[in-house]
Write a protein that binds this ligand. Structure first.
Ligand code: ACO
Length: 331
């Protein structure tokens, strides 16, 4: 059975760069508070007319160019997002249309910050089984339009950014390399700890003026609960990835964690027993881009030469649901 290798990666963020001082003009917050609590200094927000599928298309173009492939070479799209352009249909088909390709599957994955890991796990199974050979795995989000950018929503609004990251995945016969393992978890008891209540078909009517006035369409979060679980579950997942492959923390060349919050990443690093140079951090530039954060960070890390053939890469994520997990990859 072949293994799954990363053929190429790419990412794209909108042009509009938003600083903490810019946010302080919209709500009662400060650069000092945001940096101290989250490590975030800037994030990127879409402008009028831009869609999530647009961001994903640009990231895909960059990855295709690196791989010297054309859109027609792709045989499957897995699109991970918690901020779809529309309720229905999923974003995969909008990206497919923008890429000018037809007659391949386009599937959406809705597992928030863990989306890229869930998508990777599915892609890996399909590639190992021989079903697909060139899978486009996408993490793309537009948070800026959904956030409550008033003081009422400041605890979440300062954290999230827009962007897209992709990976093109394919089979390799070298079974010492590629995706070694994925471990996925969720616990629905915590679904409302970070969620968007509506519009939704649990409500009748599914959208109403009352809901909009209440702000039901804005993400709300119990930040401390999220923090507490993320800082335990991410290191646990890293330990599991290492154990499953007979490795130790010292074997990790690079950990690319979901970029949720610098303080969470620091706790993960400490609990996992890793040095600074073993952990990739770029949250200061992009904020939390949920499903896009791992592929954006991975592409930047590769661009900086942080991974070479044979290195052990570990990915870990935690997010709304709660959902979490890890992947181990021999580069
Ligand atoms: N600017 C200024 N003050 C703020 C802001 C803001 N943006 N947001 C909240 N505050 C205020 C609060 O109102 C509160 O004021 P009070 O004491 O007068 O009531 C005070 O700051 C402290 O609020 P807390 O919520 O207790 O602050 P905390 O230290 O817990 O930090 C934070 C909040 C940053 C959200 C933290 O809980 C956290 O990092 N949680 C993890 C959440 C996270 O990373 N989510 C990402 C999405 S999920 C994921 O990707 C894993």
């Amino acid at each position: 059975m072949p293994h799954t290798e990363f053929i190429a990666t790419g990412f794209h963020v909108p042009e509009k760069r938003v600083t903490n001082d810019d946010l302080a003009k919209l709500m009662d917050t400060s650069d000092e508070w945001i940096v101290q609590r989250s490590g975030i200094r800037t994030r990127y927000w879409v402008s009028n007319g831009e869609t999530g599928a647009n961001l994903a298309r640009e990231a895909t173009r960059k990855a295709l160019a690196k791989a010297q492939l054309r859109p027609a070479d792709l045989d499957c799209i897995i699109y991970c997002t918690c901020t779809p352009d529309h309720f229905e249909p999923g974003n995969g088909v909008f990206l497919q249309r923008e890429l000018g390709i037809t007659d391949i599957p386009a599937m959406d994955v809705r597992t928030q910050c863990s989306g890229f890991l869930y998508g990777l796990s599915v892609a890996d199974a399909w590639i190992r089984s021989g079903q697909y050979k060139r899978i486009l795995l996408v993490g793309a989000e537009i948070h800026s339009r959904g956030l409550d950018k008033t003081t009422r929503g400041r605890d979440t609004a300062v954290l999230f950014g827009d962007g897209a990251g992709v990976a093109i995945l394919g089979p390799t016969d070298d079974t010492r390399r590629g995706v070694l393992s994925t471990h996925l978890f969720s616990d629905g008891r915590f679904a409302e700890k970070l969620w968007v209540d509506g519009p939704g078909l649990a409500h009748d009517p599914f959208v109403s003026v009352e809901m909009l006035e209440r702000g039901a369409h804005r993400p709300v979060m119990e930040g401390r609960e999220v923090f507490k679980f993320a800082s335990v579950k991410m290191p646990e997942s890293v330990a599991l990835a290492l154990r499953a492959n007979g490795c130790s923390p010292a074997d990790i060349k690079l950990l690319v964690p979901h970029q949720a919050n610098l303080r969470i990443i620091e706790m993960v690093q400490k609990a996992a027993g890793l040095r600074d140079d073993q952990v990739y951090v770029n949250i200061q530039k992009y904020g939390n881009t949920t499903a896009a954060s791992i592929p954006i960070a991975l592409d930047e890390a590769l661009d900086e030469g942080r991974l070479a053939r044979g290195d052990l890469l570990v990915l870990t994520a935690f997010g709304s649901g709660f959902t979490w997990g890890s992947a181990a990859i021999r580069w």
